[in-house]
Ligand binder design. Structure first.
Ligand code: PMV
Length: 368
């Protein structure tokens, strides 16, 4: 995206001067879900502009719950400018990431500089489970910030609220912009979705086929360790990647294909696109320089068993992966019983402490 165009298109997200004189202190609550990409975002340019369009399922149970307390700076002189708590504990090590985020978004929320902030956050999924909490965390915080903006400017519409929450979340972590609404979100300009944007996520522009109603996602926690390679380093390695252009083309074609599938309910094609995307993401990691592998031996065993089960039972279980060793298993609600039985019998023991999180498609944020 050209700089001048970026400045022009982001202009609507710069809030005009808002009078903060009547607001001395206030508390805002929100929750935001995690999301799982079916067509993956891998590669970006500044400032957090994706090199290809991505599409995700919003989850229902894996949530970050956030409370934002704001205190007027000139009144609450002895409070610190920013305090971040995670599960009730003051977390000094969380502060630099939040500070970087707040600096990045400062020109869009200038009223924030009148306040000191206290942020309390917790996840409904186990801490250090290997599930990225940056998407849900930054989405929940952005929603609290938008509640503050709405308090100061009650006239803003719900559409603007969600769009700007997604826009702000994107500046914290790209995939976070897909965690505001649900059940299916597209991020990145694509010719097949006229309302799509590089700046924020948008909802699927048509009704999802009933085959996908309450679609299940069981997350197999194969390895809960710290990521060896952060996603920002991973995105950066796409800059000089020998296969980058082909990959970006493929992802954009997959968007065209998966949009058709989400309309027609063709589960066989769904499986083909989703598994191809997961393996291509990891193939990009294995063929970058430096190269790396995030899958573990148990990840591969699970993929093998999924293929075996699918062939044997003629069901529609498929997998996807994010930037780690964990496996997301996707399957229709109508196959829940047989699939959960298989997970319990054959896959649970391949997970760290037998941990599996059962989730499904969800609708996005909650306020209050
Ligand atoms: O939002 P980030 O910068 O953590 O990148 C997320 C990248 C993947 O999870 C691998 C893919 C995606 O689209 O979510």
């Amino acid at each position: 995206m050209h700089k001048a165009y970026y400045i022009l298109t982001t202009a609507p997200f710069i809030s005009k001067h808002l009078d903060t004189s009547n607001l001395l202190e206030e508390t805002f609550n929100s929750s935001a879900p995690s999301n799982i990409a079916l067509v993956k975002y891998w590669g970006k340019t500044e400032p957090q502009i994706p090199t290809n369009t991505s599409l995700s399922f919003t989850l229902n149970n894996c949530l970050t719950k956030t409370t934002l307390m704001v205190f007027k700076k000139d009144i609450y002189k002895d409070k610190s400018d920013l305090a971040v708590f995670f599960e009730g504990q003051l977390k000094a090590d969380f502060k630099p990431k939040i500070e970087t985020f707040l600096n990045r978004i400062s020109s869009y929320v200038p009223f924030l500089s009148d306040f000191k902030l206290e942020i309390h956050t917790q996840n409904t999924f186990p801490h250090s489970s290997g599930i990225a909490s940056s998407a849900s965390g930054l989405a929940a915080l952005s929603v609290c910030l938008m509640q503050l903006e709405k308090k100061l400017n009650p006239k803003i519409s719900q559409v603007y609220f969600n769009q700007k929450a997604s826009f702000l979340a994107r500046l914290g972590s790209g995939s976070a912009c897909r965690s505001i609404e649900g059940p299916v979100i597209i991020w990145g300009k694509h010719p097949d979705v006229k309302e799509s944007s590089d700046l924020y996520g948008v909802k699927l522009p048509f009704e999802l086929h009933p085959n996908f109603n309450n679609y299940c996602d069981s997350i197999l926690l194969v390895d809960k360790g710290e990521k060896q390679v952060s996603s920002s380093v991973g995105h950066g390695l796409m800059d000089n990647h020998p296969f980058a252009n082909e990959r970006f083309k493929q992802a954009n074609n997959h968007i065209t294909d998966i949009l058709k599938v989400l309309k027609t309910g063709d589960l066989k094609s769904f499986i083909n696109i989703v598994e191809s995307e997961a393996l291509t993401l990891h193939a990009m990691m294995m063929t970058s320089n430096p190269y790396f592998i995030l899958m573990k031996p148990n990840t591969l065993q699970i993929l093998d068993k999924v293929w075996e089960f699918r062939a044997k039972t003629n069901t529609h279980l498929c997998f996807t992966l994010d930037a780690g060793a964990n496996v997301h298993l996707l399957y229709p609600q109508s196959e829940k019983e047989i699939t959960k039985g298989f997970i319990k019998k054959e896959l649970e023991q391949l997970c760290e402490n037998n941990q599996v999180i059962h989730d499904c498609l969800g609708l996005g944020i909650n306020i209050g």
